[in-house]
Design a protein around this ligand. Structure first.
Ligand code: SF4
Ligand code: SF4
Length: 313
């Protein structure tokens, strides 16, 4: 996988603030990637994701992991008895009773203890290893475009599995690796308290196998859909009319400025109720509203017209 090229497309098309982070779960005996360094201080797993998005390439064996919960869930160490029983969740007052805590723990995706020996993380653009997952810090609109790109590439809708508990480990690593599907995370108590994810940001994790399908789809969406949506092309004309009473017997008038209409036919093609047609006048083609009574005021024609030749009144 050409991590550098993919990272450049993702960053450009989505307008990402932070570099996506490549993460690999290293099996026992698997070599440390050459670029990765073992940090001088212990980090929680969620903090290591943040450190990588800031540009660091990290090698994190169990003794580099500060969070025993995260290290246990990732299969790097045996989970401590107090964490496994749910007792600690009660002390933190994050759970009402032991039975509820145990239910949460039983449902939580985890790797078996000892399955992995270390995590390796780096900004995707610098990764010198094949990642298992790529983790994005983004806001909802950017996450939406990754979902759209996946649907564009595969036709599939997304199904997310998440919790307000153990987000960076269970939801961002274990779930996407086990399901081979993208997953989202809103963060959790630990990751929000211990790392600098902003209140308006969330995480999305993609298995690397999906990344190569999604990236070209995102490039295609970046040619039209993404910039149009960001320009909110259907919003201003609607808002201009809000606040005025609906007149009795109001009739829709679709005005075409024939001076500037270039006769491209986009308005007619996009109109969902076939209100518009191209008509010929003096050897030139113009748009004309031949069935204005069918107009629903969706403003699609106005938004799609490259010449700004249409007005709905
Ligand atoms: S506003 Fe919508 S329904 Fe009306 S003419 Fe334009 S595209 Fe068609
Ligand atoms: S989209 Fe605009 S320029 Fe093209 S035919 Fe319709 S009104 Fe004319």
């Amino acid at each position: 996988m050409d991590c550098k090229a993919i990272a450049a497309v993702l960053k450009r098309e989505l307008g990402l603030r932070w570099d996506p982070v490549a993460l690999k779960m290293l099996r026992p005996g698997e070599a440390k990637p050459a670029s990765c360094v073992q940090p001088a201080t212990r980090l929680r797993h969620c903090q290591s994701v943040i450190a990588a998005r800031r540009g660091n390439a990290l090698y994190m064996p169990p003794r580099s992991h500060a969070c025993p919960d995260g290290a246990g869930i990732l299969g790097l160490v045996e989970m401590s008895a107090k964490l496994r029983s749910g007792e600690l969740y009660l002390l933190f007052r994050k759970m009402p009773d032991l039975a509820t805590a145990q239910q949460m723990i039983a449902e939580r995706p985890e790797f078996p203890s000892g399955a992995y020996a270390a995590t390796a993380l780096a900004p995707l653009k610098d990764a010198d290893f094949e990642p298992d997952v790529v983790i994005f810090t983004l806001w909802p609109e950017q996450a939406m475009w990754l979902c759209c790109a996946q649907t564009y590439a595969t036709g599939r809708r997304q199904e997310f599995r998440l919790s307000g508990f153990n987000s960076a480990c269970s939801d961002l690593v274990v779930t996407p690796m086990q399901s081979d599907a993208m997953n989202i995370s809103l963060g959790c108590y630990g990751s929000r308290a211990a790392s600098e994810i902003d209140d308006f940001e969330l995480y999305l994790s993609l298995p690397a196998s999906l990344l190569e399908k999604i990236t070209p789809a995102l490039q295609k969406l970046g040619k039209k859909s993404i910039p149009e949506s960001r320009r909110k092309i259907y919003l201003p004309p609607v808002l201009d009319r809000v606040g005025a009473d609906l007149a009795e017997n109001e009739k829709t008038e679709i005005k075409v400025n024939e001076e500037i209409c270039i006769g491209c036919g986009l308005c007619a093609a996009f109109c969902p109720t076939s209100v518009l047609e191209l008509v010929e006048k003096n050897g030139r083609f113009f748009s004309a509203a031949t069935a204005p009574e069918r107009c629903s005021h969706c403003y699609t024609c106005v938004g799609q017209c490259p010449a700004r030749a249409l007005q709905i009144v």
